[in-house]
Design a protein around this ligand. Structure first.
Ligand code: SAM
Length: 356
């Protein structure tokens, strides 16, 4: 029954919510292995064996939000706060560009200091120094005019995890000042403005049930984002969720496989959280169907300070040695570093059309 549901998901790109739930409830080691094999085959058919790299620059640890799960939350007085200067951020991009990176992901807490007046010139400067590179922003909830200004400045992609498709579960994770509806609206605005949009969620966040995950899958099958970021929930010791259990690696891997079957040309990272939980976590993510890795390009002295959760992996590929290590790891699983920006490409699906 579950294998039939996997086949249906692959053929139709979606399932009913109840069917997603049945798949999640029916997960066994054997089913997950089979799903990963199908997902890997599909990824290879669409993308070949190339894995895209994104250089992650965590440029501010300030945040005015107070999400219960995140170490950067405003109420965490123990958090170490920093902001990189535009020059420092540009230097990270320059260094990454020399190493071959063609996408820079600028991520921060929801930091009001980074107004449009500051971010727009920064995006323009990166685009002018590295015109062959894509810029991805992951700077949280903003208004339509701000997203419009950042898009006009040259931003190509935007990562904003929906966090959960269920409004009650959203309330369990966020204070009343934050709104599920607003976050959903942000995703719609980003889509309207022509960004390549990334949604996503944590796996095993407090209060999350398999029914919630079925809702997440249904939401993603309808919204059809260009990118999806998922990773296990990891507790941070200075948050209200300090004592909550860590999310499951196995369930995360299964979900990665389902996402690949659902959207074959999806840009799907094997996230840092996966790499933080298991020494081979990122490779396992790729073997389950992911096709993107995001090594850290931030200056080494700030990496420890961007502590969204405990035990966060901070090794990157900012040096030739780091990059060579990553290349070797990818070769071990029969993959290689793909060159270029690695944009979302609807035309890639042509390989899946039956030959006339
Ligand atoms: N401020 C931006 C935003 O909210 O979209 C981007 C930065 S935020 C730290 C990036 C993502 O980290 C969140 O969307 C959340 O899913 C993830 N995250 C935060 N705390 C986490 C935790 N304890 N475990 C795993 N992931 C976490």
């Amino acid at each position: 029954m579950s294998k039939e549901l996997l086949a249906k998901l692959e053929q139709q790109g979606s399932l009913q919510q109840q069917e997603f739930l049945l798949l999640l409830q029916g997960r066994t080691t054997a089913l997950a292995k089979y799903a990963a094999e199908r997902a890997r085959a599909l990824r290879e058919q669409v993308f070949g064996r190339g894995i895209y790299l994104r250089g992650l620059i965590e440029f501010s640890s300030y945040c005015h939000n107070d999400c219960y799960y995140c170490g950067l939350r405003r109420s965490n007085a123990a958090a170490q706060r920093y902001r990189l200067t535009p020059e420092q951020i540009l230097a990270c991009c320059r260094q990454g560009h020399l190493l071959g990176f063609r996408t820079f992901v600028l991520q921060s807490g929801d930091d009001s200091y980074w107004s449009d007046e500051r971010l727009v010139p920064l995006v323009k400067a990166i685009k002018s120094e590295c015109p062959d590179s894509a810029v991805t922003l992951s700077v949280g909830e903003r208004n339509f005019a701000s997203y419009q200004a950042l898009r006009a400045a040259g931003t190509d992609r935007y990562l904003l995890r929906h966090e959960t498709a269920n409004p009650e579960h959203y309330r369990r994770l966020h204070p009343v000042a934050m709104s599920w509806q607003y976050r959903q609206q942000c995703l719609l605005d980003l889509r309207t403005l022509g960004y390549q949009v990334g949604a996503g969620f944590m796996v095993g966040s407090p209060g999350q049930t398999l029914s919630h995950l079925a809702e997440d899958l249904l939401f993603l099958s309808k919204f059809r984002p260009e990118m999806v970021g998922i990773g296990p929930f990891m507790p941070q010791h200075d948050t209200p969720f300090a004592c909550e259990p860590v999310g499951s690696v196995e369930l995360t891997l299964f979900l990665l496989s389902l996402l690949r079957l659902m959207i074959p040309n999806l840009l799907l990272p094997a996230t840092t959280a996966l790499g933080s939980l298991h020494p081979r976590g990122r490779e396992m993510g790729i073997c389950a169907g992911a096709n993107v890795v995001m090594p850290n390009l931030s200056p080494e002295d700030v990496r420890e300070k961007y502590q969204i959760y405990d035990h966060k992996l901070s090794v990157g590929a900012e040096s030739a040695t780091g990059l060579a290590d990553l290349q070797r790891r990818l070769e071990e699983i029969n993959c290689f570093v793909a060159s270029g920006r690695g944009d979302f490409d609807p035309a890639l699906l042509a390989v899946l059309q039956p030959q006339k």
